[in-house]
Design a protein around this ligand. Structure first.
Ligand code: ZN
Length: 280
């Protein structure tokens, strides 16, 4: 297991942690301000959301690398299933954006249950077809697609993948080298079959997302905890992921409308560093 006590190079900020992915939330820092603040604190990378980039993906990616960091990923494709699924053109555009930014991977939050269907089977079938289709395009642009399972409470409108094993089954079915899994501790910490599923995912883990599950979560989407403030066994999870060969960034992704998004970004970024080096 990597020793993070003195080394921050694996620490990546997902800009959602500063409230940037939702209108009117957070301090409203520009990508440039975020880049400079992360570089000053020795972060190794940043993960952006599409809406922050506009037409400046190349410029922003360049600036990250010029500051001595890497773009650790891009969040995310439009949904592939469910009522709000994106078109093929929209999904392809998100792959192009990731390539322009110089991101190694693009996260997929799948979207919910297909309209007119019940349960999950039709949705999973549709998801598999669409991921396989877009993976062929993504591989030409050097982009990996990372399927992120979500907590079962997000079933219906946001996801049809609930566990790492669910995601692994889709990966196996598609069997493309650029289709893998993003493991977010918020979504999967509760799963007792997780260690076995992670072990079987060797070579397919493309992302590892950090935050914590608060003992008394007040809002499913917007009350994530800072690492160390909750009940997820973060070190064990990281050990399992690293035992399965993962050596990539650890991406701090904290949606927190009533706590962390209300604090000055400088304070949040400082506390992240301290927690990353002690409790993760
Ligand atoms: Zn995540």
């Amino acid at each position: 297991m990597r020793d993070f006590s003195k080394d921050r190079s694996a620490l990546a900020l997902n800009t959602a942690t500063l409230g940037h992915n939702l209108e009117g939330q957070g301090a409203g820092w520009s990508p440039e301000q975020v880049i400079d603040a992360c570089a000053a604190r020795g972060y190794g990378g940043i993960v952006f959301w599409r809406r922050e980039l506009g037409t400046r993906a190349f410029e922003i990616g360049y600036r990250v690398r010029a500051a001595g960091m890497e773009v650790a990923g891009l969040c995310r494709t439009p949904y592939l299933t469910g009522r709000e699924a994106g078109s093929d053109d929209e999904i392809r555009a998100s792959i192009d954006l990731a390539a322009e930014l110089g991101a190694p991977s693009l996260t997929i939050v799948t979207g919910g249950t297909e309209p007119g269907t019940l349960g999950l089977e039709d949705s999973r079938k549709r998801l598999t077809e669409r991921v396989a289709h877009h993976a062929e395009y993504a591989v030409q642009t050097g982009i990996k697609l990372a399927l992120e399972p979500l907590n079962p409470m997000f079933g219906g409108n946001r996801t049809c993948l609930f566990t790492v094993r669910d995601a692994l089954e889709i990966c196996r079915e598609i069997d493309a080298p650029n289709v893998g899994i993003a493991i977010d501790v918020y979504h999967v910490w509760w799963d007792r079959t997780l260690p076995a599923a992670i072990k079987e995912s060797t070579g397919r883990i493309f992302g590892f997302h950090l935050c914590d599950w608060l003992e008394d979560t007040s809002h499913m989407l917007l009350d994530r905890g800072m690492m160390g403030d909750g009940v997820a066994d973060l070190k064990s999870l990281r050990r399992a992921v690293e035992d399965a060969g993962y050596k990539g960034p650890c991406e701090v992704e904290i949606f927190s409308a009533d706590n962390w998004w209300k604090r000055p970004p400088d304070e949040v970024l400082g506390i992240i560093v301290e927690r990353f080096q002690t409790v993760c």
